[in-house]
Design a binder for this molecule. Sequence first.
Ligand code: ADP
Ligand code: MG
Length: 405
Amino acid sequence: MPSSTILVLETNQAAIAAVEGPLTGMGYQVAVTADPDDAVRRAADFALVILDVGLGPRTGVDICREIRGTAALSAIPVLCVSQSTDVEERVRYLEAGADDVVVKPFDPRELEARVEALLVRFQRSRDLAPLVHADGEGPARRSIIACFSPKGGVGTTMIAVSVATSLAAQAPGRVLLVDFDLQFGQVATHLNLKPQLTVADLARDDQSLREPDLLRTYTIKHDSGLEVLAAPGTPESGRAITPEHVNLSLSTARTTYGTVVIDAGSELDERSLAVLERAEAVLVPIVPEIGALKALHSLLEYLTEVGSAAAAATFVLNHLFAREMLSMKQIEAAIGTKIEAEIPYDPGLYLKAINEGIPIVRSAPTSPPARALARLAAIAIGRPDEGATSRDEHRGRLGAFRRRG
Ligand SMILES: Nc1ncnc2c1ncn2[C@@H]1O[C@H](COP(=O)(O)OP(=O)(O)O)[C@@H](O)[C@H]1O
Ligand SMILES: [Mg+2]
């Protein structure tokens, strides 16, 4: 969305370039002010407001709260710059209604990724408001979608398989699911497929890594219309796969499939980092359990530290447990970011799906888990309004205002 205009409240003259530079470099129009009152007054005219407020009579948190307390500004996303790595400051910003927080010092790519994600997210909620007609062009459809979690057993594979199957139902033969869980990939099991060839075989075939039609010969077709590039049969055979193989295969796949979904597993190494860097959307399942939240927190800090562009993640709260003790608010505070999607608990459906090798979106398409997963698929590609199922009551009304592809 290069034509979007961004307002930056910058109280520290010396820091202007760090914020303004990367954004103008990306083609955004940026206005900078040092006066909090001026920022609040003019905010309504911009697509996004960034608050970078150092020491002064009014804190950034105060100003953020003021903007969020102004009804006319409710549709304007606010990105706050935290002056320290202190998690308390980040939480205060989120509690004051910040839509996202970036921590100083930040890599320009992280700022860009967060700005872009916020603009897409808010554009999306504007699209969904039934009485607002869309004009101008929409956010780009996202084609490379990765699922990754810093902890196993949280539904990463289930989500990757469900999202891919759901997308393939709308575009048979146009969706590829790659199992880059190079140690113990289970995508084939979830789909009851017995692949002859795997991504490890592909990695040994340089020509097929580069030529779309040859690459396709390494995939196996599922009867949903989904094509699958399976994980190596053993952890040993997966070891030879390099980040270059990952990059090449994704580039080539991208030219011949409309959407590439990746199960990136839960091992952080240079191959999964390559996947996260390449992905246009990263779905991160999290479960309401303190160990998982701590792992996620470390992951986010690590990604920030290495300056990864993988910051544009969608956090998916997967209700893995029958009984839960943590509230949404506690979870968001623990990870310092918002959760955009939820997948409900079910005592039997998920287990049955894996045991039978039939994803829930196919075996029980009208169940709450299937509907949440279909909605997630639409969010992942950046078209949340297309996730409504025929059972959604507002389908007709929203449909009338739907943006054409
Ligand atoms: N919302 C849920 N409710 C109940 N069980 C779930 C839910 N999500 C996933 N599961 C179960 O959790 C287990 C792990 O799922 P899987 O997708 O293999 O996780 P991962 O890939 O993260 O290791 C599976 O047995 C699945 O049936
Ligand atoms: Mg898995």
